[in-house]
Design a protein around this ligand. Structure first.
Ligand SMILES: C[S@@+](CC[C@H](N)C(=O)[O-])C[C@H]1O[C@@H](n2cnc3c(N)ncnc32)[C@H](O)[C@@H]1O
Length: 297
């Protein structure tokens, strides 16, 4: 990794948590009715289905927002984010209620399969287009971009489009800045070729090289709403997000995404996910890797 001349801002730090006693009383005051309100909020906003066991998750993730927004209790805060008068705070609540865990080259078999498929499909005049449809902080999108660059060439015609509902994760994704511990997830060869080692204020961080960053575009997209004018794509990654949706939402989201997939294109889901009962339009060609058949004449 070369030393970069990094000028982008480092990600901000989280506000301090409330004191322990205040915290206990906050948890005690969080009623089942409060929980139902936040459960409905995130279901309507993002299609995320929260089970009753997620009560503590809501308290721990949203609790600190009460003080910061001047709300006396959770029902005030719920009123604020559903009032339509505080869209910024509603977005913050969505950011906090989504789970954004990810890493570089997660589920490496998918990247091996992508490499195989790209090599087989490569032909003059072809621009490969891949969508990372719930990209979180960008590790998936940059792993795809490294795979495309390695297989098709760094300056070949290919595009990676990446999206997420959370504005906070997209900010980090665009910066391409990650803690140095993430370097372990990237094969050494690719680390050398596509990543820079931070120094000065960026010591302890790595940054995706600018040339690769420029090949990836990020946009906020809510998969449970009408999609923007994008695509069509040759490959769509929809990994580790369907687990948060109920069956009906999965069916609607997948149907919407398939409209953006080229016939003959690939649809890749997470290893803990299945498309059984979700769609019958796809054929499985490898575990969790599906093909959209060419249209019949
Ligand atoms: C666990 S991460 C998965 C990241 C990456 N795909 C992976 O497999 O490592 C799930 C992501 O889905 C996003 N998400 C949840 N609901 C969404 C929705 N309705 N539309 C778009 N993104 C959503 C979350 O913000 C989160 O970043």
């Amino acid at each position: 990794m070369a030393n970069p001349d990094m000028t982008a801002a480092a990600p901000g730090t989280a506000p301090a948590a409330a004191g322990e006693a205040a915290w206990d009383s906050l948890v005690g005051a969080f009623s089942d009715r409060d929980f139902a309100g936040f459960r409905d909020f995130i279901m309507n906003a993002a299609g995320i289905s929260l089970s009753a066991q997620k009560k503590n998750l809501v308290v721990s993730r949203l609790g600190r927002r009460l003080k910061l927004t001047g709300c006396r209790n959770f029902s005030d805060y719920h009123r604020l984010i559903t009032s339509g008068q505080a869209p910024e705070e509603a977005q913050t609540a969505i950011d906090l209620l989504t789970t954004n865990e990810t890493h570089f080259f997660r589920e490496p078999q998918h990247f091996a399969e992508l490499r195989r498929q790209l090599a087989a499909r490569r032909q003059p005049g072809w621009t490969a287009r891949v969508w990372s449809a719930a990209s979180s902080t960008g590790e998936e999108a940059y792993s795809i971009a490294m795979t495309l660059a390695e297989t098709l060439g760094q300056t070949a015609p290919w595009e990676v489009f990446a999206s997420d509902i959370s504005r906070r994760v997209l900010q980090q994704a665009v910066s391409g800045l990650y803690g140095m511990a993430r370097a372990r997830e990237i094969p050494p060869e690719l680390l050398r070729r596509y990543c820079l080692k931070g120094s000065g204020p960026f010591a302890g961080q790595l940054q995706i090289d600018q040339a690769l960053r420029q090949r990836v575009s990020f946009m906020q997209v809510n998969l449970t709403r009408a999609l923007p004018q994008i695509g069509p794509f040759d490959v769509i990654f929809l990994r580790n997000v369907m687990i948060y949706f109920d069956l009906q939402t999965k069916q609607q989201v997948v149907a919407r995404l398939l409209e953006k997939l080229q016939p003959g294109g690939l649809f890749i889901v997470g290893h803990a996910e299945t498309l059984f009962g979700v769609t019958d339009r796809l054929e499985m060609i490898a575990p969790t890797v599906y093909l959209l058949p060419e249209r019949q004449a």
